[in-house]
Design a protein around this ligand. Structure first.
Ligand code: NDP
Ligand code: OAA
Length: 269
């Protein structure tokens, strides 16, 4: 009998921010058996603060067999297909990029690398994806509530900005579908696209974005119903102290995804 030597995934982290730093540091500390940090890609020179070589994206494709995108939707658009065509797998955090359905189709068709999406800040996606096999979900709603400052966008007019800045309670800042909302809040509502990915339709998912000065926890409530049941997932996360637009749990969701990709046994799939 021959014993096969498990392959160690050589991981490149793109984006050395709230998510990337925690993911990269955990990989260096070998908390994910079968995965190690090979290199880091970021806009800014990181100097000694990165625990692995900082390289250009092209070099990361030579060195890695798995790239974690933790930089933003623009990076998925600019690099997604090239990563996959180079034979490197890609784990995406900025799922909001999938609201571009042409891009989503191209990513799913590209290879030989494989594309994956982390569940990120929202729960229940596995169950919604399973339920979808029984038949479509007719009514899917997501309500995301965050601190007003994390939701301010360049396209907002003075009236809305003033309303958000002077709010003493919850203020609805946008309602729309998972097709519209992640493009308007690219760093803050990727969860809407993640829910749409699970239920298989951007337009079915109705999204409300609420700014609340009392939202010391970021809250995502997913409610769904269909012929086979009703579902409700309600999460409240502490925000990352350095980047309150991102919940503290998100890098750990990425690490869980990496553990599954590295073949960790006992993993909940
Ligand atoms: N699925 C989910 O639940 C969630 C997804 N996200 C997604 O993850 C992304 C990262 O989140 P987070 O870590 O909190 O963000 P941060 O802003 O803390 O970090 C992102 C880092 O990526 C860098 N970066 C941006 N563009 C590029 C580029 N083209 N090439 C290399 N580096 C780049 C940024 O540099 P600079 O600042 O100079 O631009 C920054 O250092 C978010 O933009 C969001 O799209 C976030 C939270 C939840
Ligand atoms: O971290 C969160 O709670 C959600 C978030 O920023 C996103 O969906 O982009």
């Amino acid at each position: 009998m021959t014993t096969s030597i498990p392959k160690v995934r050589r991981v490149g982290v793109v984006g050395w921010g709230a998510i990337g730093r925690v993911v990269g540091s955990a990989l260096v500390e070998q908390t994910i058996p079968g995965a190690e940090l090979e290199c880091v890609v970021d806009n800014r020179p990181l100097g000694d603060s990165a625990p692995a070589p900082q390289v250009a994206f092209e070099e990361a494709l030579q060195r890695c067999d798995l790239v974690v995108e933790a930089a933003g939707q623009a990076v998925v658009r600019a690099w997604g297909e090239r990563v996959l065509e180079s034979g490197t797998d890609l784990l995406i955090a900025s799922t909001g990029a999938l609201t571009d359905e042409e891009l989503a189709k191209r990513l799913l068709a590209a290879g030989p690398g494989r594309v994956y999406f982390t569940g990120g800040a929202v729960g229940g996606l596995d169950l919604l994806q399973a339920v979808r096999s029984l038949g479509p979900l007719h009514d899917v709603r997501l309500t995301t509530t965050k601190l007003p400052s994390t939701l301010e966008q360049p396209w907002m007019d003075e009236e809305l900005l003033t309303r958000m800045r002077t709010a003493t309670g919850p203020v609805e800042v946008m309602s729309g579908t998972a097709r519209d909302v992640p493009a308007k809040f690219p760093k803050s509502t990727n969860v809407a696209a993640s829910v749409a990915l699970a239920v298989g339709d951007l337009d079915t998912v109705r999204v409300r974005v609420v700014a609340d000065p009392g939202a010391h926890h970021t809250r995502h409530v997913v409610e769904a119903s269909g012929a086979h049941g009703t579902y409700r997932f309600d999460v409240a996360h502490l925000p990352d102290p350095g980047n309150p637009a991102t919940s503290q749990v998100v890098p750990y969701a990425v690490l869980r995804s990496l553990a599954a990709l590295a073949g960790r046994t006992g993993q909940i799939l």
